[in-house]
Design a protein around this ligand. Structure first.
Ligand code: DX5
Ligand code: ZN
Length: 226
């Protein structure tokens, strides 16, 4: 099986929103590969974060990949807004609507990479018939809605199943929730190559700490030392 490069994707959900532009710049300069953007609607998940206008406002700060995780239902009416606002990857939840295939086609039709996310209770088989329509599979390792939750251990089994489904296709396997430098090795061993991390990078919101935290997760995931 091919191995894809490890990508570290800090989630700006744990950023200081009063200084969002500075925070995005700090993680970009600190070595982030993707900027993970958590959009919540208070309906699909029990929390509200922000929408496309906020993402668009920080788009000029960096050229890094904007990895947009839509925890909203329905998602389809908003896909064009996120595409126009500068998202590079747009991920919808498999549970968010009855027509997942249509949503994925719409994202690719907008010229963006299409991702599909799975909640902890949703089996990998739910995406078996759309696997050739995605560029990224996101396995949730917490119940979506909040940062700072603990990694659900069963996720490692699920990642292995997702990796087996992906096979040699050019698809990223992303994990989101409770990722730290302590579990990054096991996560990468299970097949994930994109590691989202919110609180383990942003805790304290001191930009002086970001580069070393990003590096620690990357080193653990790649198995390399400093
Ligand atoms: C959860 C979000 C995650 C979250 C990760 O609903 O999708 O991206 O912000 O935060 P941590 O790393 O703190 O679990
Ligand atoms: Zn997320």
């Amino acid at each position: 099986m091919t191995t894809r490069p490890i990508r570290i994707a800090p989630s700006i959900l744990s950023a200081d929103f009063a200084r969002l532009g500075e925070e995005v710049r700090a993680i970009a300069e600190g070595g982030a590969d993707f900027i993970h953007i958590d959009v919540m609607d208070g309906h699909f998940v029990p929390n509200i974060s922000f929408g496309a206008p906020i993402m668009k406002a920080v788009r000029p700060v960096t050229d890094k990949v904007f990895d947009c995780h839509l925890m909203i239902a329905p998602a389809d009416p908003y896909l064009a807004d996120f595409a126009k606002g500068g998202a590079d990857i747009i991920t919808v939840h498999a549970e968010a609507g009855p027509h997942l295939h249509r949503s994925l086609q719409a994202i690719r039709g907008l010229g963006k990479q299409a991702g599909v996310a799975l909640n902890p209770a949703t089996p990998v088989a739910a995406i078996q018939h759309v696997i050739d329509d995605v560029d990224l599979v996101l396995v949730m390792s917490v119940n979506p809605g909040f940062g700072g939750q603990s990694f659900i251990p069963e996720t490692l089994n699920k990642l292995r199943q997702a990796k087996a489904l992906i096979g040699n296709r050019p698809i990223d396997l992303e994990v989101d929730g409770g990722v730290t430098a302590d579990n990054a090795r096991a996560i990468a061993d299970a097949g994930a190559n994109v590691l989202v991390a919110g609180s383990s990078i942003f805790a304290g919101n001191d930009s002086a700490t970001y580069a070393s935290r990003i590096a620690a997760i990357r080193m653990a995931a790649t198995g390399r030392s400093a």
